[in-house]
Design a protein around this ligand. Structure first.
Ligand SMILES: [Zn+2]
Length: 428
C-alpha cells in the first residue's frame, strides 16, 4: 500500500531542523521519501491531508501495564506498598483472561488516540494482551511479569514467562517482540534473575523490570544485600543482556555508571512517580552519564491516563525543576519519547525517526488549535502546549490506525461498554 501524507511540517529527527512543509510517502511498511516543499506526484492508494499538522515519529510508551486501565484511579492517595497490597492486588486476583484482553484494548485505544505507536507492556494473561495488540495494530514488546516472593513460585513463574516468549516473539508480522520480566530486584530472588538472564541470552531478547522506584524499597534492599539494586543486578550478570529499567528514581552516581556501561535503558515515568510520591528521576544526570532514557506512563491505575504527550511535557518540566531551566529542552524531551523509546525497545535503526527506509511509524498532530498560535517553534509548542487529543492520524508499519481522529481498527464503543462491565465486577 502506498500512502501520501501531503503537506505537514515534519520533525524527522527531534533536535534537527523542522521542515516547515513536506510531502511524505509511505510505501508498504516503510517511509519511502520525505520531499521538502511538497510536490509529490504518482499513484497512491490514498492521500492524507497533512496541512496544518506536524508529523512526528511515533511515540513509544516504554513502560506500561495496559490492562490496568480497568483499575484507573483506584485509591489515588495511598503509598505504593499499601496501594498494591490493599487495593490493586485484591482486584487483580479477580481478573479473568478476557478482562485483561478488554482492558488492554482500552489502554491501546487511549494510547493510539494520543499518538502512541509502540508500547512495552508487562502483565499477566499475556496471551490476551498479545491478542489485543495484534488486533489494535501497534508495535509492542511484551512480557509476563514474574513475581516470586516464595521459592515455590520460581519454577511456575519462569515457565509461564518462557512459554509466552516462545509463543509470541516475532508474531503479528514482527510487530510483537517478547521480553522476560522479573518484576523487580525486591520481588524476585537471585535464582530468578540468573535463569531469566540465561534465557534472554539464549532467545536474544531483553529484560524489562522495575528499578529503584521508591526510596524505602532501595534502602531496605541495601540493608538486606549491602548493595543497590543496580549493583546487585550487575553482580548477578543480569546487565549482560539489554535491560529496560522502569523508573530509576533513586539511582546513585555509581548506579548511573553501571547502567551506562552495560547499555541499559532507563524509563522515566513522571506522572506515576509524582502520583505515588516516589520522587523525581534524575533524568539530566542519567543522560549526562550516557544512559539511554525513554518515557513511559506505567499503568493507568497510578498514572491516571496513558497520554505520552503529557509525559513529554512533564519530563521537560521536572528535569528543569531538578537541574535548572536549560535541562531537557523540548526537542530532547521529544527525542526521549521517540528515538529513546525505539532504542529501549530494540528497534535500533529500524524506527524512532521519519527517514526513508525506517519503519513507517508516525503521528500527525493538528497545530490549528488556539494553543498552537502564533506558531513560532513547532516542537516547543508541541511539548509545552500540545494535547493528546490534538493527534489526528497514527500510522504503524505504514498502516493507518487513526485517521481524522477516528479509529480504523478498533470498535471504541464496544471496548468502553465491556470495560465498564468488567470494572463493576472487580469492585470489592
Ligand atoms: Zn510498572
Amino acid at each position: 500500500m502506498a500512502i501520501l501524507i501531503r503537506g505537514p511540517a515534519v520533525v524527522g529527527r527531534p533536535g534537527e531542523e523542522v521542515l516547515p512543509k513536506a510531502d511524505v510517502i509511505v510505501e508498504g511498511r516503510r517511509f519511502e521519501a520525505v520531499l521538502p516543499g511538497g510536490g509529490a506526484e504518482g499513484n497512491f492508494d490514498f492521500v492524507v491531508d497533512g496541512e496544518g499538522c506536524l508529523l512526528i515519529p511515533g511515540l513509544v510508551n516504554a513502560h506500561t501495564h495496559l490492562a490496568m486501565t480497568l483499575l484507573r484511579n483506584v485509591a489515588p492517595d495511598v503509598p505504593l506498598e499499601r496501594w498494591l497490597a490493599d487495593h490493586i492486588w485484591p482486584r487483580e486476583r479477580r481478573l479473568r483472561p478476557q478482562d485483561v484482553y478488554w482492558g488492554t484494548l482500552l489502554g491501546l485505544a487511549e494510547a493510539i488516540r494520543s499518538g502512541t505507536t509502540a508500547v512495552a507492556d508487562m502483565y499477566f494473561f499475556m496471551d490476551e494482551v498479545a491478542g489485543a495488540v495484534e488486533e489494535a495494530g501497534v508495535r509492542a514488546l511484551l512480557s509476563y511479569g514474574v513475581v516470586a516472593l516464595t521459592p515455590d513460585r520460581i519454577e511456575p513463574e519462569l515457565a509461564e514467562a518462557e512459554r509466552f516468549v516462545r509463543s509470541w516473539d516475532g508474531a503479528a508480522e514482527g510487530r510483537i517482540r517478547a521480553a522476560l520480566s522479573p518484576h523487580a530486584p525486591y520481588t524476585c530472588p537471585a535464582a530468578v534473575w540468573k535463569r531469566a538472564t540465561a534465557l534472554a541470552h539464549e532467545l536474544k531478547i531483553p529484560l524489562h523490570t522495575h528499578l529503584a522506584e521508591t526510596w524505602e524499597e532501595v534502602e531496605r534492599f541495601r540493608a538486606e544485600t549491602g548493595r543497590s539494586p543496580a549493583e546487585w543486578l550487575e553482580e548477578l550478570g543480569a546487565l549482560s543482556v539489554p535491560l529496560i529499567a522502569a523508573h530509576c528514581v533513586h539511582v546513585s552516581e555509581k548506579d548511573i555508571e553501571i547502567l551506562a556501561a552495560h547499555g541499559a535503558s532507563a524509563v522515566h515515568c513522571p506522572t506515576s512517580n509524582l502520583r505515588l510520591g516516589c520522587g523525581i528521576a534524575p533524568v539530566a544526570e542519567l543522560l549526562a552519564g550516557g544512559v539511554n532514557v525513554a518515557l513511559g506512563t506505567d499503568g493507568a491505575a497510578s498514572a491516571g491516563d496513558l497520554n505520552l504527550v503529557e509525559e513529554v511535557r512533564l519530563a521537560a518540566l521536572l528535569a528543569k525543576a531538578r537541574a535548572g531551566p536549560a535541562a531537557l529542552p523540548p526537542a530532547e524531551a521529544l527525542r526521549l519519547a521517540t528515538a529513546g523509546g525505539a532504542a529501549a525497545l530494540g528497534l535500533g535503526k529500524e524506527g524512532g525517526t521519519i527517514e526513508p527506509g525506517r519503519r513507517a511509524d508516525g503521528v500527525l498532530v493538528s497545530t490549528e488549535g488556539p494553543h498552537f498560535c502564533p506558531g513560532g517553534d513547532p516542537v516547543a509548542d508541541l511539548v509545552y502546549a500540545g494535547q493528546g487529543l490534538d493527534v489526528r492520524a497514527v500510522f504503524v508499519d505504514g498502516r493507518p490506525l487513526l485517521l481524522g481522529g477516528e479509529f480504523q481498527a478498533l470498535d471504541l464503543e464496544k471496548i468502553l461498554a465491556r470495560c465498564r462491565r468488567v470494572a463493576h465486577r472487580l469492585r470489592p
